[in-house]
Design a protein around this ligand. Structure first.
Ligand SMILES: [Zn+2]
Length: 416
């Protein structure tokens, strides 16, 4: 079986990681910054050196194309993102793009042509750290946001996406085109593969998400003179809700999760009963119906807590993101490639959103996860082992070859 060049993949990742490198070994390449330009320029130069034609669209997504023997066929795409969190790691996003490039380099070296063209794609602003929303480039491509809406977004300094794209020279004009398939390799960003000793995560889809802003209104009063039974303690109510959210995340099926990650207490003074709490609730599941049930459960708990604590609770939904299910045949080819290559694998559902989630709305899509140390990501300490990255890239290679079809393979198989 054909294998990618593990050392070449690793050294490309390390060279890319020098652009925006941080002292603790991480990367800071905020979307559309000078560092992002540097990362993009590096990727584009490598693609051109590999003989690929490079196009940029109006939101700055980069498409590098290797022609197929049947250029009329829609391309099979591989990719991810080159932007990072403010203190991000070397592998989140960069791995998927470099893995795509490594697949092309491997095929070039082996002299293998495919019937369908191949594309390596770098999507703009996946992280959403500098400009909101996240998954901006893939979202525009998939028609989730309009181009105009994305271009108008501004960072905290007031710079628009439109101006930032122009400033780094990545405001292109390539039209959107149909994709025959989209594959994204990514570090898991969670601990499951490492804990279970598996090298390849066969990603079935991604969790749906419903996010809420919650305001709990009680009354702030003196902690000494106010008897316990007359209090309207907003923090007591909020604390009970934290427990309920944890219970909901722990007891529902379909990879449910429930998290309160933000809380602000007013007046936050040691001798005052808290009168107001603002908090977030993040509920996730692989099934929409389960998410609905989780939200109904939360609403019931809120009713009880309001009565028990004599507070008012306002629940405001701020994000509703449906679960996604990847294309069964592509997922099967990922599993099959892992099997044939002899890599221990595990079916897994992505708890995080990725560009692949939006791509799956317009093209058959699959993802390949590889382990990262301790499941740590969005952190300068993010780390992955070269042999795991190579294994994921080999799986990508063979899944892509199956979809794009090796040119002349049928002739060969027929003995011609
Ligand atoms: Zn990522």
């Amino acid at each position: 079986m054909l294998h990618i060049d593990s050392e070449r993949l690793w050294s490309s990742l390390m060279e890319l990681a020098r652009i925006g490198a941080t002292p603790k070994g991480g990367v800071r390449r905020l979307a559309l910054s000078e560092e992002d330009r540097g990362g993009r320029d590096c990727f584009v130069a490598w693609c051109r050196a590999a003989g690929m034609a490079v196009d940029v669209d109006a939101i700055g997504n980069i498409f590098a194309r290797r022609t197929g023997t049947e250029p009329g066929l829609a391309p099979v795409a591989m990719g991810s993102h080159l932007d990072s969190q403010p203190s991000g790691g070397k592998f989140d996003g960069a791995y998927g793009v470099m893995a795509g490039l490594e697949v092309v380099r491997t095929l070039d070296q082996a002299g293998v042509r495919t019937r369908a063209p191949l594309e390596v794609v770098a999507w703009t602003n996946e992280e959403g750290s500098r400009f909101v929303p996240t998954l901006m480039g893939s979202g525009v491509y998939a028609g989730v946001h309009t181009l105009e809406h994305a271009l108008q977004q501004r960072d905290v300094e007031g710079t628009s996406v439109r101006d930032a794209l122009a400033a780094i020279g990545y405001a292109g004009s390539a039209p959107a085109h149909p994709l025959a398939a989209y594959f994204e390799a990514h570090i898991e960003q969670g601990p499951v593969l490492e804990e279970q000793g598996r090298t390849i995560g066969v990603v079935l889809g991604a969790l749906g998400q419903r996010w809420f802003d919650v305001v709990v209104l009680g009354q702030d009063v003196h902690a000494g003179p106010t008897p316990m039974q007359t209090r309207r303690d907003a923090l007591l109510a909020a604390s009970r809700l934290v427990g309920e959210v944890h219970r909901i995340g722990s007891t529902y099926p379909d990879y449910a999760r429930g998290t309160v990650g933000f809380m602000a207490v007013k007046p936050n003074s040691r001798n005052v009963v808290p009168g107001e709490v603002r908090m977030s609730v993040d509920l996730r599941s692989a099934e929409w119906s389960t998410l609905d049930a989780m939200v109904q459960d939360l609403e019931r708990c809120i009713g009880t807590v309001q009565d028990d604590c004599r507070v008012e609770v306002r629940l405001d939904e701020v994000v509703a993101f449906p679960p996604s299910r990847f294309a069964a045949d592509l997922v099967g080819s990922v599993r099959d490639a892992a099997e044939r290559l002899g890599h221990p694998h595990l079916d897994i559902v992505s708890g995080a959103a990725h560009d692949a989630v939006y791509l799956s709305r317009i093209a058959p899509t699959a993802m390949i996860f590889v382990p990262c140390a301790g499941g740590i990501s969005h952190n300068e300490l993010e780390s992955a082992r070269p042999e795991h990255l190579a294994a994921g890239c080999d799986v990508l290679l063979h899944a892509v070859l199956r979809r794009a079809q090796v040119a002349g393979a049928d002739r060969l198989a027929a003995g011609g």
